[in-house]
Design a protein around this ligand. Structure first.
Ligand code: APR
Length: 251
């Protein structure tokens, strides 16, 4: 059964700019729990209780323990066909951009070189004093618990945008531009509960893009979408690829 009608397939094939906006759901099939779904709790804490500047101030050990646990899961996980399809699409067409809320590093590991990691990366830490950044594995910080800056010896924190914190303005401006210019926006595996990414999708649609959402659940973005596929991204994205490029295998 075909997923997309002819007019949408044509829009995708002729698009100058396509944006993929992804969230935790795309990595679910790789075994990484989503934030708000089953398995999203850690020791009865919700992400909203731990991913904040005040939680870190109150108990940096606890927050690092949570990130160390999550980083290990991310390290063991492998990109799934959802990540791989987007990477292949980017390889084929320069006009395909990827903006992710995920910090798990699976998009780059799938081969997506040009991507915007809006919320940071779980494999990076930065100094709370001098802002120097470190790669947690390559720079030898691959241990659990508190970590300290190699330059000024101050406490390191995860290089993640926490609730209530400002986004990196350069990344944000670039994301708005990409969304404004796009003719197609794929919204994949996000609950759209965080306002900035949800607004990025709205911006694309307000500026004329067609919206294609892939998510087993409906979200508050669903009514604005031209298509909603209630399936897993690791299954739906390869199917869409086959319809758009019937003569090209994904291998
Ligand atoms: N394929 C597609 N979507 C899926 C799949 C799947 N296999 N499995 C789950 N989903 C959907 C869920 O239905 C849900 O709507 O993925 C979404 C995951 O939502 P959240 O857990 O809220 O994750 P996300 O939207 O990325 O959260 C945004 O919130 O906690 C913060 O900073 C954190 O980046 C995160 C942000």
């Amino acid at each position: 059964m075909e997923l997309l009608p002819k007019d949408s397939l044509e829009t995708i094939r002729n698009a100058d700019k396509i944006v993929f906006l992804t969230g935790a759901g795309i990595s679910n099939e790789s075994g990484i729990p989503t934030f708000r779904g089953e398995g999203g709790l850690w020791k009865n804490f919700r992400a909203e209780d731990l991913a904040t500047p005040s939680a870190f101030q109150k108990d940096p050990n606890l927050v690092w323990e949570w990130y160390d646990w999550r980083r290990e899961i991310c390290q063991k996980a492998k990109p799934n066909p959802g990540h791989l399809t987007i990477a292949k699409w980017q390889k084929k067409m320069k006009s395909v951009s990827l903006i992710t809320q995920n910090v798990d590093g699976l998009h780059p590991r799938a081969g997506s070189h040009s991507l915007i990691e809006l919320h940071g990366n779980i494999f990076r830490a930065r100094c709370t004093k001098c802002s120097e950044k470190f790669h947690l594995v390559n720079d030898g910080f691959d241990h659990s618990g508190l970590k300290y800056c190699k330059h000024c010896e101050s406490l390191l924190r995860p290089d993640i945008v926490w609730f209530g914190e400002e986004y990196d303005q350069t990344l944000l401006t670039k994301s708005w531009e990409l969304c404004k210019q796009s003719q197609v926006v794929f919204v994949v595996g996000t609950s759209a509960n965080v306002s900035v990414p949800a607004n990025l999708a709205h911006t694309a649609i307000r500026n004329g893009a067609i919206g294609i959402e892939i998510n087993p659940d409906e979200t508050n973005l669903t009514p604005s979408m031209k298509h909603h596929f209630d399936g897993k991204s690791g299954e739906v994205l390869p199917q869409i690829w086959k319809e758009v490029f019937p003569n090209e295998s994904l291998e």
